[in-house]
Design a protein around this ligand. Structure first.
Ligand code: NAD
Length: 294
Protein backbone atom coordinates (compact mmCIF):
# COMPACT_ATOMS: atom_id res chain seq x y z
CA UNK A 1 0.00 0.00 0.00
CA UNK A 2 1.13 3.54 -0.70
CA UNK A 3 1.47 6.71 1.35
CA UNK A 4 -0.43 9.39 -0.57
CA UNK A 5 -0.57 13.13 0.13
CA UNK A 6 -3.92 14.69 -0.80
CA UNK A 7 -4.01 18.49 -1.02
CA UNK A 8 -7.38 20.16 -1.56
CA UNK A 9 -10.11 18.34 0.37
CA UNK A 10 -13.19 20.15 -0.92
CA UNK A 11 -16.37 18.82 -2.53
CA UNK A 12 -14.40 16.52 -4.83
CA UNK A 13 -11.15 15.96 -2.89
CA UNK A 14 -12.72 14.65 0.30
CA UNK A 15 -14.75 11.81 -1.25
CA UNK A 16 -11.80 10.94 -3.54
CA UNK A 17 -9.43 10.74 -0.58
CA UNK A 18 -11.99 8.63 1.31
CA UNK A 19 -11.93 6.06 -1.50
CA UNK A 20 -8.12 5.89 -1.32
CA UNK A 21 -8.38 5.20 2.43
CA UNK A 22 -11.00 2.49 1.78
CA UNK A 23 -8.60 0.87 -0.71
CA UNK A 24 -6.04 0.54 2.10
CA UNK A 25 -3.71 3.47 1.32
CA UNK A 26 -2.37 5.80 3.99
CA UNK A 27 -3.59 9.29 3.08
CA UNK A 28 -1.99 12.43 4.52
CA UNK A 29 -4.35 15.32 3.82
CA UNK A 30 -4.27 19.09 3.90
CA UNK A 31 -6.77 21.84 3.09
CA UNK A 32 -6.98 25.51 4.08
CA UNK A 33 -10.54 25.11 5.43
CA UNK A 34 -10.72 23.55 8.92
CA UNK A 35 -14.25 22.12 8.35
CA UNK A 36 -12.94 20.15 5.36
CA UNK A 37 -10.17 18.71 7.53
CA UNK A 38 -12.76 17.53 10.08
CA UNK A 39 -14.64 15.67 7.33
CA UNK A 40 -11.35 14.20 6.08
CA UNK A 41 -10.42 13.00 9.56
CA UNK A 42 -13.80 11.30 9.94
CA UNK A 43 -13.08 9.51 6.64
CA UNK A 44 -9.79 8.10 7.93
CA UNK A 45 -7.42 10.67 6.40
CA UNK A 46 -4.41 11.62 8.55
CA UNK A 47 -4.77 15.39 8.74
CA UNK A 48 -1.59 17.45 8.47
CA UNK A 49 -0.79 21.05 9.49
CA UNK A 50 0.33 22.22 6.05
CA UNK A 51 1.12 21.00 2.53
CA UNK A 52 4.86 20.36 3.13
CA UNK A 53 4.01 18.22 6.18
CA UNK A 54 1.45 16.27 4.11
CA UNK A 55 3.96 15.40 1.37
CA UNK A 56 6.88 14.61 3.70
CA UNK A 57 6.68 10.79 3.47
CA UNK A 58 4.45 10.56 0.42
CA UNK A 59 5.25 8.45 -2.63
CA UNK A 60 2.34 10.03 -4.49
CA UNK A 61 0.99 13.60 -4.21
CA UNK A 62 -2.54 14.36 -5.47
CA UNK A 63 -3.86 17.92 -5.76
CA UNK A 64 -7.55 18.81 -6.20
CA UNK A 65 -7.60 22.61 -6.15
CA UNK A 66 -9.80 25.36 -7.63
CA UNK A 67 -7.66 26.81 -10.45
CA UNK A 68 -4.25 27.00 -12.13
CA UNK A 69 -2.86 29.68 -9.81
CA UNK A 70 -3.53 27.49 -6.74
CA UNK A 71 -1.90 24.45 -8.34
CA UNK A 72 1.20 26.40 -9.38
CA UNK A 73 1.66 28.03 -5.98
CA UNK A 74 1.26 24.66 -4.19
CA UNK A 75 3.68 22.99 -6.65
CA UNK A 76 6.28 25.78 -6.13
CA UNK A 77 5.95 25.21 -2.39
CA UNK A 78 6.11 21.42 -2.24
CA UNK A 79 8.02 20.16 -5.30
CA UNK A 80 11.44 21.18 -3.86
CA UNK A 81 10.58 19.33 -0.62
CA UNK A 82 9.16 16.12 -2.13
CA UNK A 83 10.80 12.74 -1.66
CA UNK A 84 13.01 11.39 -4.46
CA UNK A 85 10.93 9.62 -7.09
CA UNK A 86 7.58 10.94 -5.84
CA UNK A 87 4.79 11.11 -8.41
CA UNK A 88 2.66 14.27 -8.68
CA UNK A 89 -0.93 13.93 -9.94
CA UNK A 90 -3.02 17.06 -10.43
CA UNK A 91 -6.73 16.28 -10.79
CA UNK A 92 -7.97 19.89 -10.65
CA UNK A 93 -9.55 21.35 -13.79
CA UNK A 94 -7.10 24.06 -14.88
CA UNK A 95 -5.90 25.80 -18.04
CA UNK A 96 -3.60 23.83 -20.32
CA UNK A 97 -0.77 26.37 -19.99
CA UNK A 98 -0.73 26.16 -16.17
CA UNK A 99 -0.89 22.36 -16.42
CA UNK A 100 2.23 22.38 -18.59
CA UNK A 101 3.95 24.76 -16.15
CA UNK A 102 3.08 22.41 -13.27
CA UNK A 103 4.69 19.51 -15.19
CA UNK A 104 7.79 21.68 -15.72
CA UNK A 105 8.06 22.48 -11.99
CA UNK A 106 7.84 18.77 -11.17
CA UNK A 107 10.41 17.87 -13.83
CA UNK A 108 12.82 20.54 -12.54
CA UNK A 109 12.89 18.66 -9.24
CA UNK A 110 13.20 15.23 -10.86
CA UNK A 111 9.59 14.24 -10.13
CA UNK A 112 7.22 12.34 -12.40
CA UNK A 113 3.90 14.05 -13.03
CA UNK A 114 0.56 13.74 -14.77
CA UNK A 115 -2.36 16.08 -15.23
CA UNK A 116 -5.46 13.97 -14.56
CA UNK A 117 -8.68 16.01 -14.42
CA UNK A 118 -11.93 14.19 -13.87
CA UNK A 119 -15.46 13.99 -15.10
CA UNK A 120 -18.35 12.61 -13.05
CA UNK A 121 -18.94 15.26 -10.38
CA UNK A 122 -19.34 14.75 -6.65
CA UNK A 123 -21.57 11.69 -7.26
CA UNK A 124 -18.79 10.00 -9.22
CA UNK A 125 -16.21 11.08 -6.63
CA UNK A 126 -18.24 9.44 -3.85
CA UNK A 127 -19.03 6.29 -5.83
CA UNK A 128 -15.44 5.91 -7.06
CA UNK A 129 -16.58 6.01 -10.69
CA UNK A 130 -14.86 9.14 -12.01
CA UNK A 131 -13.46 9.26 -15.53
CA UNK A 132 -9.82 10.35 -15.36
CA UNK A 133 -8.25 11.88 -18.48
CA UNK A 134 -4.50 11.90 -18.10
CA UNK A 135 -1.62 13.72 -19.77
CA UNK A 136 2.06 13.03 -19.21
CA UNK A 137 4.83 10.55 -19.91
CA UNK A 138 3.85 6.90 -20.35
CA UNK A 139 6.04 5.87 -17.39
CA UNK A 140 4.35 8.37 -15.03
CA UNK A 141 0.93 7.28 -16.27
CA UNK A 142 1.74 3.61 -15.64
CA UNK A 143 2.67 4.47 -12.04
CA UNK A 144 -0.45 6.61 -11.56
CA UNK A 145 -2.99 4.15 -12.97
CA UNK A 146 -3.19 1.74 -9.99
CA UNK A 147 -3.37 4.72 -7.59
CA UNK A 148 -6.29 6.26 -9.51
CA UNK A 149 -8.20 2.95 -9.78
CA UNK A 150 -10.14 3.10 -6.45
CA UNK A 151 -11.48 6.54 -7.49
CA UNK A 152 -12.19 5.66 -11.11
CA UNK A 153 -14.69 4.10 -13.46
CA UNK A 154 -12.45 4.78 -16.43
CA UNK A 155 -8.87 6.04 -16.89
CA UNK A 156 -7.73 7.28 -20.30
CA UNK A 157 -4.17 8.25 -21.19
CA UNK A 158 -4.76 11.14 -23.61
CA UNK A 159 -1.16 12.01 -24.51
CA UNK A 160 1.71 14.17 -23.30
CA UNK A 161 1.74 16.94 -20.65
CA UNK A 162 -1.52 18.95 -20.69
CA UNK A 163 -3.44 16.44 -22.85
CA UNK A 164 -5.72 15.50 -19.94
CA UNK A 165 -6.75 19.13 -19.43
CA UNK A 166 -7.21 19.53 -23.19
CA UNK A 167 -9.57 16.53 -23.24
CA UNK A 168 -11.49 17.85 -20.25
CA UNK A 169 -12.19 21.30 -21.69
CA UNK A 170 -13.06 19.92 -25.13
CA UNK A 171 -15.53 17.50 -23.53
CA UNK A 172 -17.09 20.19 -21.38
CA UNK A 173 -17.38 22.58 -24.31
CA UNK A 174 -19.47 19.88 -26.05
CA UNK A 175 -21.51 19.55 -22.86
CA UNK A 176 -22.19 23.30 -22.47
CA UNK A 177 -23.17 23.67 -26.13
CA UNK A 178 -25.34 20.53 -26.15
CA UNK A 179 -27.18 21.54 -22.96
CA UNK A 180 -28.10 24.87 -24.55
CA UNK A 181 -29.20 23.05 -27.73
CA UNK A 182 -31.41 20.60 -25.82
CA UNK A 183 -32.85 23.42 -23.68
CA UNK A 184 -33.68 25.53 -26.75
CA UNK A 185 -35.48 22.54 -28.28
CA UNK A 186 -37.67 22.12 -25.17
CA UNK A 187 -38.45 25.86 -25.10
CA UNK A 188 -39.44 25.74 -28.77
CA UNK A 189 -41.53 22.58 -28.17
CA UNK A 190 -43.41 24.39 -25.38
CA UNK A 191 -44.28 27.25 -27.75
CA UNK A 192 -45.40 24.75 -30.40
CA UNK A 193 -47.65 22.87 -27.97
CA UNK A 194 -45.49 19.73 -27.99
CA UNK A 195 -45.21 18.00 -24.60
CA UNK A 196 -41.87 17.48 -22.90
CA UNK A 197 -42.42 13.74 -22.83
CA UNK A 198 -43.27 13.56 -26.55
CA UNK A 199 -40.12 15.47 -27.51
CA UNK A 200 -38.08 13.30 -25.18
CA UNK A 201 -39.53 10.04 -26.52
CA UNK A 202 -38.72 11.04 -30.09
CA UNK A 203 -35.34 12.79 -29.65
CA UNK A 204 -33.93 10.25 -27.19
CA UNK A 205 -34.20 7.56 -29.87
CA UNK A 206 -33.47 9.82 -32.84
CA UNK A 207 -30.54 11.85 -34.11
CA UNK A 208 -31.02 14.52 -31.40
CA UNK A 209 -29.96 11.97 -28.77
CA UNK A 210 -27.16 13.12 -26.43
CA UNK A 211 -26.11 12.99 -22.75
CA UNK A 212 -27.66 16.40 -22.00
CA UNK A 213 -31.01 14.96 -23.10
CA UNK A 214 -30.99 11.36 -21.90
CA UNK A 215 -29.05 11.64 -18.60
CA UNK A 216 -29.37 15.29 -17.61
CA UNK A 217 -32.68 16.23 -19.20
CA UNK A 218 -33.28 19.95 -18.37
CA UNK A 219 -37.04 19.60 -17.82
CA UNK A 220 -38.63 17.62 -14.97
CA UNK A 221 -40.29 14.31 -15.78
CA UNK A 222 -38.63 12.33 -18.55
CA UNK A 223 -35.41 11.50 -16.62
CA UNK A 224 -36.37 11.29 -12.92
CA UNK A 225 -32.77 11.52 -11.64
CA UNK A 226 -31.91 14.74 -13.51
CA UNK A 227 -31.43 17.99 -11.49
CA UNK A 228 -34.55 19.50 -13.13
CA UNK A 229 -36.57 17.22 -10.81
CA UNK A 230 -35.05 18.77 -7.69
CA UNK A 231 -35.36 22.43 -8.56
CA UNK A 232 -31.97 22.47 -10.36
CA UNK A 233 -29.95 21.75 -7.24
CA UNK A 234 -26.45 20.84 -8.53
CA UNK A 235 -25.15 18.38 -9.78
CA UNK A 236 -22.72 20.35 -11.78
CA UNK A 237 -23.09 24.02 -10.90
CA UNK A 238 -23.45 26.66 -13.65
CA UNK A 239 -20.44 28.48 -12.14
CA UNK A 240 -18.24 25.45 -12.85
CA UNK A 241 -19.63 25.14 -16.37
CA UNK A 242 -18.75 28.79 -16.97
CA UNK A 243 -15.26 28.18 -15.59
CA UNK A 244 -14.70 25.27 -18.01
CA UNK A 245 -16.14 27.16 -21.00
CA UNK A 246 -13.80 30.08 -20.27
CA UNK A 247 -10.85 27.67 -20.10
CA UNK A 248 -11.90 26.29 -23.49
CA UNK A 249 -12.11 29.82 -24.95
CA UNK A 250 -8.68 30.74 -23.56
CA UNK A 251 -7.22 27.57 -25.06
CA UNK A 252 -8.99 28.17 -28.40
CA UNK A 253 -7.60 31.70 -28.61
CA UNK A 254 -4.10 30.52 -27.72
CA UNK A 255 -4.22 27.70 -30.27
CA UNK A 256 -6.00 29.67 -33.02
CA UNK A 257 -9.02 27.33 -33.13
CA UNK A 258 -12.41 28.62 -34.33
CA UNK A 259 -15.06 27.78 -31.71
CA UNK A 260 -17.99 30.13 -32.41
CA UNK A 261 -20.56 27.99 -30.59
CA UNK A 262 -18.18 27.62 -27.65
CA UNK A 263 -17.92 31.43 -27.55
CA UNK A 264 -21.70 31.84 -27.68
CA UNK A 265 -22.21 29.21 -24.96
CA UNK A 266 -19.69 31.05 -22.77
CA UNK A 267 -21.63 34.30 -23.17
CA UNK A 268 -24.96 32.65 -22.39
CA UNK A 269 -23.58 30.95 -19.28
CA UNK A 270 -21.97 34.25 -18.25
CA UNK A 271 -25.39 35.96 -18.37
CA UNK A 272 -27.12 33.04 -16.66
CA UNK A 273 -24.52 33.13 -13.84
CA UNK A 274 -24.81 36.92 -13.50
CA UNK A 275 -28.60 36.69 -13.25
CA UNK A 276 -28.50 34.38 -10.23
CA UNK A 277 -27.88 30.98 -11.82
CA UNK A 278 -24.31 30.44 -10.58
CA UNK A 279 -25.20 28.17 -7.67
CA UNK A 280 -27.83 26.19 -9.55
CA UNK A 281 -27.27 23.24 -11.83
CA UNK A 282 -26.01 24.13 -15.32
CA UNK A 283 -29.14 22.55 -16.84
CA UNK A 284 -31.09 25.42 -15.22
CA UNK A 285 -30.03 27.50 -18.22
CA UNK A 286 -33.36 26.42 -19.71
CA UNK A 287 -35.12 28.82 -17.30
CA UNK A 288 -32.86 31.66 -18.45
CA UNK A 289 -33.53 30.83 -22.11
CA UNK A 290 -37.26 30.74 -21.43
CA UNK A 291 -36.95 34.12 -19.79
CA UNK A 292 -38.00 32.85 -16.34
CA UNK A 293 -36.35 34.19 -13.20
CA UNK A 294 -33.90 31.66 -11.69
P1 NAD B 1 -13.84 23.04 -3.80
O1 NAD B 1 -13.75 24.51 -3.81
O2 NAD B 1 -14.93 22.37 -3.04
O3 NAD B 1 -12.44 22.42 -3.28
C1 NAD B 1 -11.19 23.00 -3.50
C2 NAD B 1 -10.46 22.96 -2.18
O4 NAD B 1 -9.11 23.43 -2.34
C3 NAD B 1 -11.08 23.88 -1.11
O5 NAD B 1 -11.49 23.07 -0.01
C4 NAD B 1 -9.97 24.86 -0.74
O6 NAD B 1 -9.95 25.20 0.62
C5 NAD B 1 -8.75 24.05 -1.13
N1 NAD B 1 -7.54 24.88 -1.34
C6 NAD B 1 -7.41 26.01 -2.08
N2 NAD B 1 -6.13 26.46 -2.02
C7 NAD B 1 -5.45 25.57 -1.23
C8 NAD B 1 -4.10 25.48 -0.80
N3 NAD B 1 -3.19 26.38 -1.15
N4 NAD B 1 -3.76 24.46 0.00
C9 NAD B 1 -4.68 23.53 0.38
N5 NAD B 1 -5.98 23.56 -0.01
C10 NAD B 1 -6.35 24.57 -0.79
O7 NAD B 1 -13.86 22.58 -5.33
P2 NAD B 1 -14.25 21.14 -5.91
O8 NAD B 1 -15.67 21.16 -6.34
O9 NAD B 1 -13.74 20.08 -5.00
O10 NAD B 1 -13.38 21.17 -7.26
C11 NAD B 1 -11.98 20.96 -7.25
C12 NAD B 1 -11.50 20.94 -8.69
O11 NAD B 1 -12.18 19.88 -9.40
C13 NAD B 1 -11.81 22.23 -9.47
O12 NAD B 1 -10.72 22.49 -10.32
C14 NAD B 1 -13.08 21.89 -10.24
O13 NAD B 1 -13.21 22.64 -11.43
C15 NAD B 1 -12.85 20.41 -10.53
N6 NAD B 1 -14.07 19.63 -10.75
C16 NAD B 1 -15.17 19.79 -9.95
C17 NAD B 1 -16.30 19.02 -10.19
C18 NAD B 1 -17.53 19.18 -9.32
O14 NAD B 1 -18.59 18.68 -9.71
N7 NAD B 1 -17.44 19.83 -8.15
C19 NAD B 1 -16.32 18.09 -11.23
C20 NAD B 1 -15.17 17.90 -11.99
C21 NAD B 1 -14.05 18.69 -11.75
Amino acid sequence: MTTIAFIGLGNMGNPMAANLVKAGHTVHGFDLVPENLTVAKDNGVVVMANAPAAIKDAEVVITMLPAGKHVLSVYEDIAPKAGKGALFIDSSTIDVESARKAHAIAAKHGLGSIDAPVSGGTGGATAGTLTFMAGGAREAFAKAEPILKPMAGRIVHCGEAGAGQAAKICNNMILGISMIGVSEAFVLAEKLGLSHQALFDVASTSSGQCWSLTTYCPVPGPVPASPANRDYKPGFAAALMLKDLKLAQEAAQGAGAATPLGAEATQLYQLFNAQGGAGTDFSGIINFLRGDAT
